[in-house]
Design a protein around this ligand. Structure first.
Ligand SMILES: NC(=O)c1ccc[n+]([C@@H]2O[C@H](COP(=O)([O-])OP(=O)(O)OC[C@H]3O[C@@H](n4cnc5c(N)ncnc54)[C@H](O)[C@@H]3O)[C@@H](O)[C@H]2O)c1
Length: 338
């Protein structure tokens, strides 16, 4: 079978390798779609997930059809359409420096567990949309950690795939007002199409003033006036301007969820934040969130479909990765198989 593998810095090869052999507790999945993560172009540039390894199979956003089921596996059948949690398998993370990557024609899921590392999707979800379950579970984890409730008002910074996933996750929790801020107008349009209650163009607008307009005025324990009434700040952008916007004065009891990966450090005056009793939560990966996202994708398939901007055939995976690495060229790239 064919497998897309990094064999050195900037070197991507489609290699011919044996189809994985499954055991009694495994399933074999014929790949149908795999999203390209924003980190994939960087991994390629650096020579693999673990730089310096002889080869590094790529792809960790899998969707496919079960073609073999081990004798001891329960709750999964040949023909099931599934998404796979690449981090929840019994061997190495799929597409994470281990022997398997999801940009391959087949994947063996070791110790397959229905609803946990293999999640069945209904037939109406197209493959390229199903493949969003993994990246958007990242957003779901961060949102869940902020403790959203229907009476809350929230702002999401960044309308990339993760930020849009956070918008949909906040809506899935029933959060009554969700604003999305970005610096790219086309991405803000997408946020509106996905159900954002308002958007803020951070290049041209005063973000805090707009939040006061949209969420009303809040205050801190000292009764400081003029603070945004925003309950949840969700950072899916990862730039110091976002943290500075929050740290300039959140209302008493606000929560700041950070899923974005910062490449610059940020100065914080913690003394100023004491009267806000700000809770800061970070999130990493999605240890338990994929099933909830898969269900939401099944219920709101048309909205999730809007997140995917480019569908590229497997034979052109190199182009897909290149596209995903060009800022502003695309929103979300998904590779599909025959
Ligand atoms: N924590 C984890 O486990 C995990 C996993 C995957 C991805 N991530 C991170 O999540 C973040 C989002 O991922 P993505 O794929 O959506 O990235 P992306 O680059 O597609 O989206 C980021 C968005 O932030 C916007 N932005 C830039 N400056 C801004 C500003 N001042 N205000 C508002 N928005 C601004 C950009 O225009 C862009 O649309 C990235 O930092 C990524 O590395 C974290």
């Amino acid at each position: 079978m064919k497998s897309v593998t990094v064999t050195g810095p900037g070197r991507l090869e489609t290699v011919e390798i044996p189809r994985p052999v499954t055991g009694p507790r495994d399933v074999l999945v014929k790949m149908k779609a795999c999203g390209i993560c924003g980190a994939d172009p960087h991994a390629l540039q650096e020579g693999g997930i673990m730089p310096g390894a002889a080869s590094s199979p790529m792809g960790h956003e899998p969707a496919g059809e079960i073609v073999e089921v081990g004798a001891e596996v329960t709750g999964l059948r040949v023909g099931d359409r599934v998404v796979i949690d690449p981090t929840g398998v019994a061997d190495a993370i799929i597409g994470g420096g281990g022997p398997q990557g999801a940009l391959s024609e087949y994947l063996a899921v070791r110790e397959a567990t229905a609803g946990r590392n293999v999640i069945v999707m209904p037939d109406h979800v197209p493959w390229h949309v199903a493949a969003l379950a993994e990246p958007l579970a990242v957003a779901r984890r961060c949102v869940d950690k902020t403790g959203p409730r229907p009476e809350h008002q929230a702002v999401v910074f960044g309308a990339g795939p993760v930020g849009l996933g956070a918008l949909l996750a906040l809506k899935a929790h029933g959060v009554r007002h969700v604003v999305v801020a970005d610096v790219q107008p086309n991405r803000l349009e997408k946020a509106i199409a996905l159900g954002a209650d308002a958007v803020i163009d951070s290049r041209t607008e005063d973000v805090r003033a707009r939040l006061v307009e949209l969420h009303g005025e809040g205050t801190d324990a000292f009764g400081r006036p003029g603070l945004p009434g925003t309950d949840i700040y969700l950072d899916a952008a990862g730039v110091p301007a976002v943290a500075q916007t929050v740290f300039a004065g959140p209302k008493l009891g606000a929560v700041f969820g950070i899923v974005a990966i910062y490449h610059q450090s940020v100065e914080v005056d913690f003394q100023q934040l004491i009267p806000s009793e700000l809770t800061i939560v970070h999130s990493m990966g999605h240890p338990t969130e994929m099933a909830a996202v898969a269900q939401d994708i099944a219920e709101n398939t048309d909205k999730y479909a809007l997140i995917v901007s480019d569908v590229v055939p497997f034979a052109e995976t190199a182009r897909a990765i290149d596209l995903a690495g060009r800022p502003g060229a695309t929103d979300k790239v998904v590779v599909t198989f025959d």
